[in-house]
Design a protein around this ligand. Structure first.
Ligand code: DHB
Length: 471
C-alpha cells in the first residue's frame, strides 16, 4: 500500500474542550492523507475524532468503540475548497456539528475537499468538477479500507453537508461505488475499498445544477426585482462586509426567465415522479399541477409545525389558518414573500460569473457553461463543460442506476425561506429517491433560509433511529 494511505492508531492527541458547559474528551487523528497521489495536499486530507471514553470501554447513547456511527461532515460551501473541520464554535457562535456529534457519541470523520478556483503553481485549475465529489469518495474509501483500525462502524457512515456541501452529501449517498468515478479516484490514488455510505443528511442541497435554472424560474419568474447580499472581504482585517443589494432584472433577463419557466414542465414530467401513494407528480404547460400541489403541501406542513410550536403567523396574509390548521395558502404570494435572490439564469449565467460556471471549468478554463440554453445565449463566448463532467455532479442521473449502491436513508432539509435554489430541486430529489425505495425524511423548516446544522438534536435523533443502537 502507498505510504500516504496508512492509518497509524497510535498517532493521535488527546484533547479536551469545554463549550457551553459541555466537556468533551476525544482523540484527534489529524491531517490523514486519503489520496496517495494528492493534487492539493492541503485539502485532500481528513481529521478523525473519537470520544476518549470508547478507549476505556465506555458507552455513549448505547454506542461503543465498534458500533458508533461515523458522522462524515464536509465543509464545502459555494463549491469552494473546504478544509477538514474540527470541534469548535461555528460562525454563529454555537458549538459546531463536529463538537455536538462527538458529544452525542459518534465518531467524526471530517474530510477536506478541493473546490472551484484552486490553482497549482503553473496556474492550472485543479478543483473543477468532479474534484469535490471524487475527494469525498476517496475519504470514504480510506475509512472503509481501515475499517478494522479506525473506531466506529464503517457500515454506518452518515454524510452531512450544507448547500454545495449538501449537494455533495446527496451525491455521496446516491452514487456509492459507481464506476463513473473510478478513473478520477485511481488518478488521485484512492484506497482500494468501497465508497458507499449508509445515509445522507443534506441541508438545502444546491444540486441538479443543469436543471436548476428552469426550476428557479418556475418559482420566481414574474418577480423581476432581486434582493441579494454582497460579501466583500477586507484583505487587511479579514473581516467580511455584507451589503444588501436590490435591483431590477434587465429586459433580456426577464425574457430569458420566461423561456426557462416554460421549459421546466417538460423536464419535470420527463422524470415521471410519483407521490408515495403512486399518483403522478406532473405540471401542465403553465407550470401548475400535482407537483406544485406537492410542494405546497410541504409548505403547509412547515407552517403547521411552526404554529404547533407557538409561532404567530397572523401577519402573513397569504396564510389562511384556523386553530393551528392551514386551510389554504396562496402559493404565488408565498414565493413573493420569499423574494427572488438571483438574476436569470440563476446558475449557468450567460456572462459566466456564477460559482457554478467556475465549478464546471477545466484545467485551462476558469468558467464554462453547463446547459445548452445558456451556451446558446452566452454573451461571454463561453464554452461548454464536458457531458460526463456535468453528469457526475448530478445525483438525479444516478437514482435507480443498478451500478450504484445507494444509501437506504436520506434526510433532506430545505428552509421554507430559502431562495438560493428552487424548492423544486429538493422536492424532485426526494420524490425520485422515494420512487426507488429510499427512505427520505424530508421537511421544509419554517423560518430558515439558506442554512444547515440548525436542528442537530433532531438530526441525531434520526441517525439514532436508523442505526438502532443495541439491536
Ligand atoms: C452555495 C450557495 C449558492 O447560492 C450557490 O449557488 C452555490 C453554493 C453555498 O452556500 O454553498
Amino acid at each position: 500500500m502507498e505510504a500516504k494511505l496508512i492509518f497509524d492508531p497510535e498517532n493521535y492527541k488527546v484533547e479536551t474542550m469545554e463549550l457551553d458547559g459541555n466537556r468533551l474528551v476525544y482523540r484527534a487523528y489529524e491531517d490523514l492523507s486519503y489520496a496517495a497521489k494528492p493534487v492539493d495536499p492541503r485539502y485532500q486530507k481528513m481529521n478523525i475524532f473519537v470520544p476518549e471514553t470508547y478507549f476505556e470501554g465506555g458507552r455513549i447513547h448505547g454506542y461503543d468503540r465498534d458500533t458508533a456511527p461515523v458522522f462524515l461532515s464536509n465543509t464545502v460551501g459555494g463549491y469552494m475548497p473546504g478544509e477538514p473541520a474540527r470541534p469548535e464554535r461555528d460562525s454563529t457562535g454555537k458549538p459546531n456539528a463536529v463538537f455536538m456529534a462527538l458529544l452525542h457519541g459518534y465518531v467524526v470523520a471530517a474530510p477536506g475537499a478541493r473546490g472551484r478556483g484552486l490553482q497549482d503553481e503553473e496556474g492550472l485549475f485543479t478543483g473543477c468538477a468532479p474534484a469535490c465529489i471524487v475527494d469525498l469518495k476517496a475519504a470514504v474509501r480510506y475509512l472503509k479500507y481501515h475499517a478494522e483500525q479506525i473506531p466506529g462502524n464503517m457500515s454506518r457512515i452518515i454524510s452531512n453537508g450544507t448547500s454545495a456541501g449538501g449537494a455533495l452529501s446527496s451525491l455521496l449517498g446516491v452514487t456509492g461505488n459507481h464506476p463513473d468515478y473510478e478513473t478520477c479516484l485511481a488518478e488521485i490514488g484512492a484506497a482500494p475499498a468501497g465508497d458507499d455510505i449508509f445515509a445522507a443528511s443534506c441541508y438545502c442541497p444546491i444540486t441538479n445544477l443543469d436543471h436548476a435554472d428552469m426550476a428557479y424560474e418556475w418559482e420566481f419568474s414574474g418577480l423581476d426585482e432581486y434582493h441579494r447580499m454582497n460579501f466583500e472581504r477586507d484583505e487587511t482585517t479579514g473581516e467580511v462586509k455584507m451589503t444588501p443589494e436590490t435591483g431590477l432584472m434587465t429586459p433580456e433577463q426577464i425574457a430569458l426567465s420566461r423561456e426557462l419557466k416554460e421549459m421546466f414542465p417538460a423536464y419535470l414530467n420527463s422524470l415521471q415522479l410519483k407521490e408515495e401513494d403512486g399518483r403522478p407528480l406532473m405540471l401542465n404547460k403553465d407550470g401548475e399541477g400535482t407537483f406544485q400541489e406537492y410542494i405546497k403541501r410541504q409548505v403547509i406542513a412547515s407552517i403547521e409545525k411552526a404554529l404547533e410550536s407557538g409561532a404567530d403567523l397572523s401577519a402573513y396574509g397569504w396564510i389562511d389558518s384556523r386553530e393551528g390548521k392551514v386551510r389554504e395558502i396562496d402559493f404565488q404570494e408565498y414565493i413573493a414573500y420569499r423574494t427572488r435572490m438571483k438574476t436569470t439564469p440563476a446558475f449557468d449565467d450567460i456572462v459566466l460569473k456564477t460559482p457554478e460556471n467556475e465549478l464546471f471549468g477545466d484545467a485551462y478554463t476558469a468558467s464554462r457553461h453547463f446547459t445548452q440554453f445558456s451556451l446558446s445565449h452566452s454573451s461571454a463566448a463561453g464554452k461548454m463543460a464536458e457531458e460526463d463532467q456535468i453528469k457526475r455532479m448530478n445525483p438525479m442521473n444516478y437514482i435507480g442506476d443498478g451500478k450504484c449502491s445507494t444509501a437506504p436513508y436520506f434526510r433532506i432539509r430545505h428552509g421554507a425561506d430559502d431562495r438560493d435554489t428552487s424548492l423544486a430541486v429538493s422536492a424532485m430529489l426526494t420524490a425520485a429517491l422515494r420512487g426507488h425505495g429510499v427512505e427520505v425524511d424530508y421537511h421544509l423548516p419554517w423560518g430558515f433560509a439558506h442554512a444547515g446544522d440548525y436542528d442537530l438534536p433532531e438530526l441525531f435523533h434520526w441517525i439514532d433511529d436508523i442505526c438502532k443502537p443495541g439491536e
